[in-house]
Design a protein around this ligand. Structure first.
Ligand code: ADP
Ligand code: MG
Length: 232
């Protein structure tokens, strides 16, 4: 469970502090798929960065599984994180890209093989396993990035506008894949997206940020009549 309690985050520019998250209170229960939306600059990426312990100047409380985020042990936590641009290792095959996090913890080869093939199956990319990244389309690369981020079955999966460089047809497919991953593995998922259609079709709840504050929070049904592109 993730709890923000009157939580603020600042960036320091020279001697000025800029408030990027302003008194956020929010509880994200285990297994929820939360979509976070809002205009550019509203603090969406900052929210994820705070969970990842990458923000220096904060106020209020952020608890992850009841532990204050400042004491939270990120190294041993099983968190998947993907961004818009996910650099795959260009010299490694898709198989080795996906296997990389398991190799890093010295997982035995039969187990690596089983896990890589299983996640490749879920993401419908077994036919890509022997290729190198430069022979993949943008959408295929993003699937490989998701497979790599998912290979250790993260209990928390953070996605920062992962599909914004992908064409609309493929985005629809990726939505279905995300839902499938969520159904199969039940991680807590936070999906930052500009795409309201995406938010409404996949999320359990939608959070709308505006100028670093919670502007709206509710289920897709609750927000159906209040949330439109022009309200962001
Ligand atoms: P979003 O992801 O919603 O577009 P961000 O969380 O990236 O927004 O940024 C929120 C605000 O914080 C923006 O006004 C942005 O300019 C500012 N900001 C983000 N990163 C930094 C930084 N490293 N230094 C200073 N200001 C930053
Ligand atoms: Mg962002």
């Amino acid at each position: 469970m993730i709890q923000f309690d009157d939580f603020s985050c600042y960036y320091k520019n020279k001697n000025e502090f800029f408030c990027a998250l302003d008194g956020i209170s929010l509880t994200i229960p285990d297994g929820e798929l939360l979509a976070v939306t809002g205009a550019s600059g509203s603090g969406k990426t900052t929210l994820l960065r705070c969970i990842l312990g990458q923000c220096e100047y904060t106020q209020g409380r952020l608890l992850i599984d009841d532990v204050d985020s400042e004491c939270f042990d990120l190294k041993s936590a099983n968190i998947g994180y993907i961004r818009q641009e996910n650099a795959l290792y260009p010299h490694l095959t898709v198989y080795e890209n996906i296997a990389f996090p398991l190799r890093a913890i010295h997982t035995p080869q039969p187990e690596v093989d089983r896990r890589v093939k299983s996640i490749a199956q879920t993401l419908e990319i077994p036919y890509l396993l022997t290729r190198k990244p430069k022979h993949l389309s943008g959408g295929q690369q993003q699937r490989v990035a998701i497979a790599r981020a998912f290979i250790k079955n993260p209990t928390l999966f953070l996605l920062d506008e992962p599909f914004s460089n992908i064409d609309p047809q493929l985005r629809m497919e990726m939505r279905q894949l995300l839902k499938k991953l969520h159904r199969e593995f039940r991680p807590t998922m936070i999906l930052v997206t500009h795409d309201l259609g995406e938010a409404f079709s996949v999320a359990d709840r939608i959070l709308v940020l505006k100028d670093g504050k919670v502007s709206q929070l509710g289920t897709p049904i609750e927000l159906m009549h209040t949330l439109r592109e022009d309200t962001l």
